[in-house]
Design a protein around this ligand. Structure first.
Ligand code: XIL
Length: 579
């Protein structure tokens, strides 16, 4: 669930050659954006396509909102990327260019060139700018951490004053403090927390300092995993109450919204609304919705539903000024470099062509409903195949399902219908001849399923629904135990045991977790570890790739830390959360 907040990944997140590929396809991609957006407009107005907004920015503006995008300096040299960023959006967040390590790499030495380039791009396309960010434990140059407590205080204030003054009048809103909380709702005990003796103290001081430098900019606290209710969101809520009670000029809360497909919190709107009820603005600041790659069509459909639902939640809240997508397209997205095996997280594909999510979001902005996921049909070929949606389904690991019959009809008589399904929970299958889905689920989770029915002429129809499998005693079919085996000033060793609590053998595994502290793995055994910021992926060695049901395997590592060696508590196995 955690997002990587590690520094210095901007440069290496694109595959070699991606820029050349993008360049070649530039003309084609832009032409396709225009064609598809017109189609979406026609859907909304049923024949009055000319009146319906066909870009995200026009749709958002018509609804009194903005639609933003994160743009990095590398994107500015890519004509396809800038075409999309310059036409589809009306707010820009610099992806890395206003972070501390770029802006003030050495004490008192400011470097505004990269940030200025982003502001110039935005201004020349009549777009506003969200400033991101002023105070964050990550992408923080080493010199700050080596200061004494009182020096950290004055360095923080000088940094804020220097940066906010430089951009005075050019920034709609600042993320003044970024990601102040741990997953359990405690404050991250970073240099700022330690220097000021508490979270509310440094955050209040940072916001007051920013306000003094630009009284017209809106001032936000921004974090992830606060989108739904929970301990981290509750902690943000009580921080907001505390700051407001102290008269701190806090304007809003940024909900980053780095989502996993099919896992938008159902409490999103209600949760944002409770912050709005405090008199704060609430913005979606870094939307993406990731999935395993290559993306399946059912996941792309689920993403369309997810993104449209996020936009609808914002539209339903008077104090939600807009939504920002993190990165322009799947070609620029930070996701594949941060969550190995995951991607396809934005509304534009790697060729900058709009995906189903783009159309669904545009329709949501234009006031239309999300494309129906109930009964649907297609007029491919002369015939129409209509599939009756069986609705949401549920089941339990290890218990055979009663059998779900998918029903379909054809506009022509005498056709033989063939049934297929994608995205079914493991252990279930569909009969190609009858459309009966049966079997015994083996893995817990939420599965977006698409059933396709095809007739003899090739005409087809689909129905999409969600299948939720519970059981196995945990959210996933795995359990991970992390034990610190020794610790000394600046160093530690740890042992991690991975147990397969499911009923299927696991062949090939990657265990994921995020260090709450500033640990760095220096060498590992019985697994190959990759660390990005605080996020670690540990992949099996050739000799321990298979874990039989009920069995476990262990790996270990040695690491260093500067100030915080807190054990991680949340783990994934091959992307699925473990207990
Ligand atoms: C990410 C950038 O997209 C990457 O290029 C960089 O290497 C790391 O930071 N939360 C935030 C953003 O607030 O600043 C992060 O951006 C993504 C998570």
């Amino acid at each position: 669930m955690d997002v990587d907040t590690g520094a210095g990944r901007g440069a290496d997140r694109r595959k070699p050659g991606a820029a050349d590929r993008r360049g070649l396809r530039a003309g084609l991609a832009v032409a396709t954006v225009a064609a598809i957006t017109t189609a979406a407009g026609a859907f909304v107005l049923g024949g009055q396509a000319a009146a319906a907004p066909t870009t995200l920015r026009a749709g958002a503006e018509a609804a009194g909102r903005y639609f933003g995008v994160a743009v990095g300096q590398g994107d500015l040299g890519n004509g396809t990327a800038t075409n999309v960023a310059g036409s589809q959006f009306d707010m820009v967040t610099p992806e890395n260019e206003m972070k501390w390590d770029t802006v003030e790499p050495n004490n008192g030495q400011f470097n505004f060139g990269p940030g200025d380039a982003i502001v110039n791009f935005a201004t020349s396309h009549n777009e506003r700018v969200r400033g991101h960010n002023l105070v964050w434990h990550s992408q923080l140059p080493g010199w700050v951490s080596s200061l004494s407590g009182s020096q950290v205080k004055s360095a923080m204030e000088a940094h804020i004053t220097g940066e906010v003054s430089h951009y005075k009048g050019k920034i709609y809103a600042w993320d003044v403090v970024n990601e102040p909380f741990n997953e359990d709702g405690s404050f991250r005990q970073d240099v700022f927390y330690n220097a000021f003796g508490g979270g509310a103290q440094y955050i209040g001081d940072a916001i007051r300092t920013a306000h003094a430098a630009d009284p017209d900019a809106k001032l936000y606290i921004n974090d992830y995993n606060i989108e739904g209710t929970g301990s981290k969101s509750n902690a943000m809520y009580s921080l907001a109450q505390t700051l407001l009670a102290q008269g701190v000029p806090l304007s809003g809360i940024g909900f980053e919204s780095h989502f996993i497909v099919g896992q938008i919190p159902s409490s999103l709107q209600a949760n944002m609304q409770r912050f709005a009820n405090l008199g704060l603005d609430v913005a979606i600041t870094e939307l993406d919705d990731r999935m395993p790659t290559p993306a399946s069509s059912s996941n792309l459909q689920q993403q369309a539903t997810d993104d449209a639902n996020v936009v609808k939640a914002c539209l339903a809240i008077a104090r939600c000024p807009g939504v920002t997508q993190w990165n322009i397209s799947d070609a620029d997205s930070w996701v594949p470099g941060t969550f190995p095996g995951q991607g396809a997280a934005t509304m534009f594909d790697t060729n900058y062509q709009p995906k189903p999510a783009f159309t669904a979001v545009l329709n949501a902005l234009n006031g239309a409903s999300v494309p129906p996921s109930s009964t649907s049909s297609s007029s491919q070929g002369a015939n129409t195949v209509t599939v009756t949606n069986p609705g949401s389904q549920s089941g339990t690991v290890g218990t055979a399902i009663a059998g779900v019959q998918v029903l379909a009809s054809d506009s022509a008589s005498g056709q033989t219908l063939t049934y297929s399904a994608s995205g079914l929970p493991a252990g279930l299958s569909i009969s190609g001849g009858s459309g009966l889905i049966s079997g015994t689920p083996t893995t817990a989770g939420t599965f977006p399923v698409t059933v396709t029915v095809t007739d003899t002429t090739g005409a087809s129809g689909t129905a999409a629904f969600t299948w939720t499998i519970s059981g196995g005693g945990s959210s996933g079919a795995c359990h991970v135990q992390y034990d610190k085996t020794s610790e000394w000033p600046g160093g530690f060793t740890a042992n991690v045991t991975v147990t397969n609590t499911g009923t299927n053998a696991i062949t090939g595994w990657t265990t994921g977790f995020t260090f709450p502290g500033d640990q760095k793995i220096t060498n590992a055994w019985n697994a190959t570890t990759t660390q990005t910021g605080q996020t670690v992926a540990a992949a099996n060695a050739p000799y321990n790739a298979t874990i039989a049901p009920g069995a476990n395997t262990s790996f270990g590592f040695q690491g260093t830390y500067a100030t915080n060696d807190t054990n991680p508590t949340a783990f994934t196995l091959n992307g699925t959360p473990c207990s």
